[in-house]
Structure formats: C-alpha cells, structure tokens
Design a protein around this ligand. Structure first.
Ligand SMILES: *Cc1c(COP(=O)(O)O)cnc(C)c1O
Length: 423
C-alpha cells in the first residue's frame, strides 16, 4: 500500500480480505479469542506473537482502522483509543512520570489544555506552555533534561493558528526531544506532520476522520522515526521492562507504540470499541473528498464574510490577510480545512440575535463533521467569564466559531446573509 496516493489509501488501506471473506471489515464484538494450546497463548503474553487474545489489547475491527490511519499518515503503527482525550492521556503516560515535564503550545484544544495544565500536574507532571508565535529561543528556554516531549496542533482548535513545524522540529532535533502533533483539524488529507519532523501524531477521530458525528474515538500514530537508543532523556525505553521479561523498547521497530500498548493500554484501558472503529473506518473512506469540499466551502465563505459590512474580522488561513496565511501556504497548500471564526460588529446580545436567526446552520458544541454548525463561546462555553477575561482568553464577546460542512456553499452564504440582516 506504501506507494499509493492518499485518495487510494482512504478506500483501500488497513484491510484486505482473502477469498470469500467480507469486503469491508466485520464488526468483531468478541472480547476474547480461542486458543488450541498453551504455548500459543504464552507467546502472546511474551509479545512474541501478534495473534489476538483479548480485545482490550487488540481487536480485528480496530486493527483495520489503525492500519488505515497509519498508512494515511505514513507512520509505522497506530493505536485506536476511546476518544481524542484518551489518546493524549495515554501518550503522556507512555512518556512521563512524576518529576517530568511537557513543553506545549498554549493554543491547543481546551480539553488538552486542561489535561496538561491541571490534571497532569496533580500527578507531578508539569506543563510549560509557549506562545506559538514566540521566537525559537524563548521556546527552547523552557526545555530541560526532564522534558519528555514538545507539543502543538497543526490547525489549533479554536484559535485557527497554523503550527510552525520547521521552527519547533529544529528545536526538538537539537535536544533529542520527541515532537508530538495533534493533527485532528488538518487530517492527513491536508497535512502529514511526519514529513515536517513530527515523531508521533494524535487524532480525535470524532471529528473529520469519522466525519459524520457518529462515533467518538482517538488515534495515536507512531512515526517510527525517532531514535530512542542510548538517548539519556528516555531511560524507560533503554532499560529492560521487567513486566515483559526484560524487553528493551528502544530495540524495536515502533518503540513508542509498543510501549504504549504493552504498558498503558494494558494498565489504563481506554481503547476504541469495535463498533466505533467500524463506523470510523466507513467514514474515513471519503476523507480526501470531504476535506476538499470543507476547504473550498470555507474559503468561499471566509471571502464573503471578510467583505461584509457587519463583520469586524474573519480568521481563516485561506485569506491573504490572515496572519497564518504564509504558514498555511507552506504546510496546508491543498486546503485549509473548514474551521473558521469571525467577529460580528456588536455585543453579546447582537451575536445571540444572529445565532438565533440562522436557519440551516445549527448551534452545536461539536465541530468538523459534514453538517455546518456554529458556536458563540461568550454566551455558551465561556459564559462565566467577564468581558475582560474573554479578551484575555482570546475569545472576544463578538467571536463566532463556524465549522463549515459539505453543503452547497451558496446555500450556506444565503443563510449567513439573511441572519446578518437581523443584526
Ligand atoms: C475534539 C478534539 C480533541 C478531543 O477529542 P475527543 O474525541 O472529543 O476526546 C482533541 N484535539 C482536538 C484538536 C480536538 O478538536
């Protein structure tokens, strides 16, 4: 499958049946698997066999999706998780213990920000946040010998900041440090972070990967492109794992994914269900097509809003006026995705009026599926904050977040235009 293009991998990778087998992966609901002899089962527990034995550790339906996402990203191995959040949590626990730290962009998904900034510190793992626009020296100054990874999002949710891969990957390389990217909102259809120096990629498959708002899920993809061998930063990869008869992870082809599955999936669970893997597998068949349409629709709508007298500002990297336009041309040349935000000339009440006047575009907390939706943070997710605190958090009271779907762009523009007549 290696030499095929992305559109082909979307519909062909991850599963290939033998004669008489089902054409698409079956939903394998079995928690457990049959063994005829003791030795075959013992080999599984020694990681000498890759036979299925218990669905918390591996399941054929989940394997199909893991294979597809690994192929789309150009990675060595992937692990299906219960949600995007569990993918981040399992990644952090595979690398960090009390006393360690993480260096992360501050413009990341709110859930991940809380995990890194509030929950991990309770376990003795510190997070040092950096402004993604900061110069390299400032970011580099946060790294010490206890730093285990550096983290950012290709397209940040919800700030729509495009990540500067070259700046951060050169820092990571200088320090022998793992570089981890959340590629949820770009997807491999628009950006493949392994080509720009990332070592591990995380996804919330609940978004574009599934695309239909039908299944929660997450994915961790190991690029197999990081040399753990002898790196003093990662003793846990270089010392024998006594719970696996002295296995040394650094010697393996995909050290990160193997350690994550063998230790963290074993101890913490939080795996993807076969049913959700099946739905996501089907959804991802059309990923390449959908991302083209999401991107084209969003670019057209961004241009419309940018020229509308009742709109104060628009953020979408397709606009030449956008501060991240140049980075998008470098890393997202084939489309910048469907996520945008804009500011209405007016206060909270005027924004609420606009939201209520929309007929086709609905209000939801979800983003990145086939149907367009909007959210007004100041009157919903951020309603506890004062006007000043909203400004500080980068979500002014007039900010509307729009996730552009794959409907006809003119129908969406007509809806936005009629709703703007009410403000
Ligand atoms: C939604 C999202 C997550 C969390 O994923 P869940 O599947 O909701 O747990 C993580 N990162 C980004 C960029 C997201 O948009």
């Amino acid at each position: 499958m290696k030499n095929f293009n992305l559109e082909t991998l979307c519909v062909q990778a991850g599963y290939s049946p033998k004669t008489g087998e089902s054409r698409i992966p079956q939903i394998c609901q079995s928690t457990t698997f049959y063994f005829g002899d003791t030795q075959a089962m013992a080999d599984c527990f020694d990681l000498k066999s890759d036979s299925y034995f218990y669905s918390r550790l591996a399941n054929p339906t989940v394997t199909a999706l893991e294979g597809k996402v690994a192929a789309l990203e150009g990675g060595k191995a992937a692990i299906g998780c219960a949600s995007g959040m569990s993918a981040s949590m399992l990644t952090a626990f595979t690398l960090c213990e009390a006393g360690d730290n993480i260096v992360s962009s501050s413009t990341i998904y709110g859930g991940t920000y809380n995990l890194f900034g509030t929950t991990l510190p309770k376990l003795g793992i510190e997070c040092r946040f950096f402004n993604p626009d900061a110069p390299a020296e400032e970011i580099e100054a946060l790294i010490d010998e206890k730093t285990k990874f550096i983290f950012g999002e290709t397209i940040a949710n919800p700030s729509i900041v495009v990540f500067d891969f070259d700046k951060v990957s050169s820092i990571a390389k200088r320090h022998g440090l793992l570089f981890i990217v959340d590629n949820t909102l770009a997807t491999p259809a628009l950006c493949q972070p392994f080509r720009f120096g990332a070592n591990i990629i995380i996804h919330s498959t609940s978004k574009y990967m599934d695309g239909h708002a039908a299944a929660l899920g997450g994915m961790i993809v190991d690029g197999g492109n990081f040399d753990f061998k002898g790196n003093p930063r990662y003793p846990a990869f270089n010392l024998p794992d006594e719970s696996y008869h002295g296995l040394v992870y650094a010697d393996l082809a995909a050290p990160f994914a193997t350690k994550c599955r063998a230790q963290m999936i074993r101890d913490l669970g939080a795996i993807m269900s076969p049913q959700n893997a099946f739905l996501t597998y089907l959804g991802s068949d059309t990923l390449a097509l959908r991302m083209e349409r999401h991107s084209a629709n969003a670019a057209k709508i961004a241009a419309f809003l940018a020229s509308h007298p009742k709109i104060a500002w628009v953020k979408h990297p397709s606009l030449s006026s956008d501060p991240y336009h140049a980075l998008a041309q470098k890393y997202l040349p084939n489309g910048q995705g469907g996520m945008m935000s804009f500011g209405i000339r007016g206060d909270v009440h005027i924004c609420a009026k606009f939201m209520e006047a929309l007929r086709l575009i609905t209000q939801e907390t979800h983003v990145a599926d086939v149907r367009s939706c909007v959210l007004h943070p100041a009157s919903t997710t951020h309603r506890q904050l004062s006007k000043e605190d909203l400004e500080k958090a980068g979500v002014p009271e007039n900010l509307v977040r729009l996730s552009v779907g794959i409907e006809n762009a003119d129908d969406l523009i007509t809806d936005l235009a009629q709703a703007l007549e009410h403000v």
